[in-house]
Design a protein around this ligand. Structure first.
Ligand SMILES: [Zn+2]
Length: 273
């Protein structure tokens, strides 16, 4: 699932390539994934329009168009964007293919149809967009602001970190990484965290996200449809040795999401409340 660092690298890649470029054709191949909030045919709203910007908010990518409209992409679990020379043949799970005036194409692909593409005149009309908290990387999100927001949440720290209403942009993978590096048990309740724990969590969250963006910028290149996760310490590596202590990395699946962590570096006991 693309998270803040993945989408930030995609945004930086696409912004100079799309801005100012016109769409010459738009083909919807899987309508179930596309929500046209303007009505009518999607292609009629897109063809002839130019991209004005490529932006990101939380786990959404926003492609602004000169009609004042926005293509809002929420890749969810498996949505992938591909930019480059046109493919000779469509792939089974291609959702939307945009042909560009400069000879390139932008293609959105979703292996499980869980993501969504919205066309809207106001991104706040898309479900789950308006209620997002501040960006996890927002300079205005100071330690004090982070602490105050955390006080409103009662749940387990992993669940709170991945709650987009708390801070926007962190999903399952980066939450695991942040908690491992902080040395916090993922199922500890926020209300049990000491002041020093919260401070370490905040500093580590910022460090993990900014470092990951830099790593991904060097690794991803033009292959923005490939998710690079191998540099993460624990996520996606259950059973492998913890890079810090060598203990086998644990996996706990709750509410459909697998959490990977080190029981030695992140000690704790699961309690039901
Ligand atoms: Zn460890």
């Amino acid at each position: 699932m693309p998270e803040l660092p993945d989408l930030e690298v995609i945004r930086k890649f696409l912004a100079p390539r799309l801005t100012g470029v016109a769409i010459t054709a738009a083909e919807v191949r899987r309508p179930i994934v596309v929500r046209n909030l303007l009505g009518g045919e999607l292609a009629d709203h897109l063809v002839g329009r130019r991209f004005t910007e490529v932006a990101r908010r939380g786990k959404f990518l926003l492609l602004g168009l000169d009609a004042g409209t926005t293509l809002l992409i929420n890749p969810m679990l498996a949505g992938r964007l591909r930019y480059g020379a046109p493919l000779a043949r469509p792939r089974a799970r291609d959702v939307l293919v945009l042909t560009l005036a400069d000879g390139h194409e932008l293609r959105y692909h979703d292996a499980v149809d869980m993501g969504k593409i919205y066309l809207t005149d106001d991104p706040n009309k898309a479900p789950a967009y308006a209620g997002q908290g501040p960006e996890a990387t927002d300079p205005a999100l100071t330690l004090d602001a982070f602490r105050q927001r955390l006080r409103k949440h009662r749940g387990e720290i992993k669940g709170v970190l991945t709650n987009q209403a708390f801070v926007a942009g962190i999903g399952n993978a980066y939450a695991d990484e942040i908690l491992w590096r902080t040395g916090l048990y993922p199922f500890r309740f926020c209300s049990d965290l000491a002041e020093a724990d919260v401070a370490r969590l905040y500093v580590t969250m910022r460090a993990v996200l900014s470092e990951s963006i830099e790593i991904l910028r060097g690794r991803v290149g033009a292959a923005i449809d490939v998710e690079v996760r191998d540099f993460l310490a624990v996520h996606g590596k259950p059973g492998q040795p913890c890079p810090r202590c060598g203990s086998a990395i644990s996996e706990v699946t709750r509410r459909g999401a697998a959490t990977h962590f080190c029981r030695t570096c992140q000690p704790g006991i699961m309690v039901e409340r």
